[in-house]
Design a protein around this ligand. Structure first.
Ligand SMILES: [Ca+2]
Ligand SMILES: [Ca+2]
Length: 215
């Protein structure tokens, strides 16, 4: 499916006019231009990373994401918001968020927004835990004011959560999903201590979060 979307997006990108330019007589005033905004995700150089999310925000910070083999990786995302005239300072964090359309990943209201408004350099980050549930093994995109920064999926950041069924709360209803993976076929969603296997190390991450819900 992604191939199809990528091809469509490529077509749109080709049909889009060249970068807008800064007119000193009519400067752009703080309206982000996705063509000028840039993302740095150093974790991407080493492959995929998985972040544990909990609806109440008690999951892992981005500095403690995991590689598929379980080793820790700093998956901090840095976004510089810019318009054709330069960085956009103090742009509201509420208008910048992460999305993933794959799996049953769900976000609480405002649960995936950036840590802070952009600074004087237009920079903001994601380091704090998200408030979210469900899981995703697909690409994650950064969205500014409703439009993705990337025209193609490039952040291989996956999510999983003790809210396995993605209903915004960790409850007894999540346990059958976990048990099925523990005793049966491996399921990424249940690999809460993400290391490619479901074992005793995954259980505390579910047990300690029972009752946790969106704020
Ligand atoms: Ca749940
Ligand atoms: Ca595990």
């Amino acid at each position: 499916m992604w191939n199809r979307i990528a091809i469509t997006l490529m077509f749109v990108a080709i049909g889009t006019p060249a970068f807008a330019e800064c007119d000193p007589n009519d400067p752009v005033t703080g309206i982000p231009d996705l063509s000028y905004s840039t993302v740095v995700w150093n974790a991407g150089a080493g492959g995929t990373a998985t972040l544990l999310v909990v609806p109440d925000g008690s999951g892992a910070p981005f500095t403690q994401a995991r590689r598929p083999d379980g080793t820790l990786v700093n998956a901090t995302i840095e976004l510089t918001v810019a318009d054709p005239c330069g960085p956009v300072a103090n742009f509201s964090r509420n208008d910048i968020w992460l999305e993933s359309a794959v799996g049953n990943f769900v976000a609480c209201i405002g649960g995936t927004i950036a840590d802070a408004n952009t600074d004087a350099s237009g920079l903001t980050r994601w380091t704090l835990p998200l408030s979210a549930g469900g899981s995703s093994m697909g690409p994650c995109v950064i969205v500014i004011n409703g439009s993705p920064v990337y025209t193609m999926p490039t952040l291989d950041l996956h999510f999983n959560s003790p809210d396995l069924n993605g209903d915004y709360v960790v409850s007894l209803a999540d346990i059958p999903v976990f048990s099925a993976a523990y005793y049966g076929t491996f399921t990424f969603a249940a690999d809460l201590h993400a290391d490619g296997q479901i074992d005793l190390a995954d259980i505390p991450l579910l047990a300690r979060s029972i009752g946790k819900a969106c704020p």
